[in-house]
Design a protein around this ligand. Structure first.
Ligand SMILES: C=CC1=C(C)c2cc3[nH]c(cc4nc(cc5[nH]c(cc1n2)c(C)c5CCC(=O)O)C(CCC(=O)O)=C4C)c(C)c3C=C
Ligand SMILES: [Fe+2]
Ligand SMILES: [Fe+2]
Length: 322
């Protein structure tokens, strides 16, 4: 009998509504994962529930309100479109979407594949650059689902796709489109979500994976070193995160003669709070207030045809030989 294969697409997750209560539920689950915040539970959980969630949830809910669409949170809207696009492209393989935090819950998505008699699961985290705080959290959750079961299926886990030619080419297409539409900027800034510097010091190769993507795109676009920069955004908490920081760098650029800036965030498969609000609103303001003149944010790959085709290629590469 032939073993049936199914695909599990996984992204981070997002609140169910742009309300303080829904954001609190989402952040409570997300920030309780030791893969995300690894400090001692005895110290962290009282601080999280007593201080961080009550203060942060109402503030962040307002930010979500600013980007919310009629169809819901952008991250969920684009993730659903990616699932539908990939399912249409690969009609013979069931494609499930799961979120690490919130809904659709990963355990339920895996259960659906399990109930459908899938004996081979291809797990594709939608994080182009591996990090212990994201991709490894997906790995843990899939392993936890099967921890108490007798019948574990075959599993393939795509660690990341930071230098995959189809990913680099989809990014280049999107950047070229922006250059054609707005003209070539003085600088192209590649901004990636940050992680604590300590995680990298302890072995997370995320910064190397980000550099690989940036260099591959810069080479493919023929950009010389003085035409682009790479930074890290979305810092959380007090300890040092990867540098240089996106906001500080952007604030310093106009004084160096950079008046026209374009920003691309290759680490986000879908637009979300961190791109649509932090980059497109907050960092645009920082640039203009520092004397910049033109700022354009280049959208994430979202449901671009080239992105769906790239996801299909990744899945086909994971299939066992016929
Ligand atoms: C607390 C530490 C955090 C680490 C480490 C972290 C890593 C990390 N995150 C993403 C992708 C996304 N993060 C998003 C939101 C977000 N991230 C953190 C914290 C950490 N992220 C918080 C607290 C939040 C929520 C918003 C806020 O309170 O500021 C999102 C957007 C979700 C959405 O609903 O739109 C994404 C996507 C990556 C890729 C990454 C490590 C490489
Ligand atoms: Fe994050
Ligand atoms: Fe943020």
């Amino acid at each position: 009998m032939q073993i049936k294969t199914g695909v599990l697409l996984v992204n981070l997750g997002t609140p169910e509504a742009p309300t303080s209560a829904a954001v609190k539920r989402y952040l409570a689950e997300f920030l309780s994962d030791p893969r995300v915040v690894d400090v001692s539970r005895a110290l962290w959980l009282p601080l999280l529930h007593g201080v961080i969630l009550p203060l942060r949830s109402p503030r962040v809910a307002k930010l979500y309100q600013a980007i919310w669409t009629d169809e819901g949170s952008p991250l969920m809207v684009y993730s659903r479109r990616q699932q539908a696009g990939l399912q249409a492209r690969l009609p013979h393989l069931p494609v499930e979407l799961a979120m690490s935090y919130g809904k659709p819950a990963l355990a339920q998505a895996v259960q659906r594949l399990y109930d459908a008699g899938i004996g081979n699961i291809l797990v594709l985290p939608l994080y182009p650059q591996y990090s212990c705080s994201t991709s490894a959290a997906v790995f843990d959750a899939v392993a936890a689902f099967f921890a108490n079961r007798r019948d574990v299926p075959s599993l393939s886990f795509r660690r990341d796709y930071a230098g995959h030619p189809a990913y680099i080419s989809a990014l280049c297409q999107s950047i070229r489109r922006s250059f054609t539409q707005h003209g070539e900027p003085d600088r192209l800034l590649f901004s990636f979500h940050g992680i604590p510097q300590r995680y990298a010091d302890e072995g997370d190769d995320y910064p190397q994976r980000c550099r690989l993507t940036t260099q591959a795109v810069a080479i493919a676009l023929g950009l010389s070193n003085d035409r682009y920069l790479m930074t890290y955004q979305s810092r959380f908490g007090r300890e040092p995160w990867l540098t240089p920081y996106t906001d500080k760098t952007i604030a310093s650029l106009p004084a160096q003669g950079v008046k026209h800036l374009q920003v691309v965030c290759p680490g986000f498969a879908s637009d979300c709070l961190e791109t649509l609000e932090e980059i497109q609103v907050q960092n645009r303001d920082i640039f203009l207030e520092a004397g910049g003149e033109r700022f354009e944010y280049i959208p994430a790959l979202n449901d671009d045809e080239a992105h769906i085709e790239m996801l299909a290629q990744l899945v086909l590469e994971m299939l066992p030989p016929a």
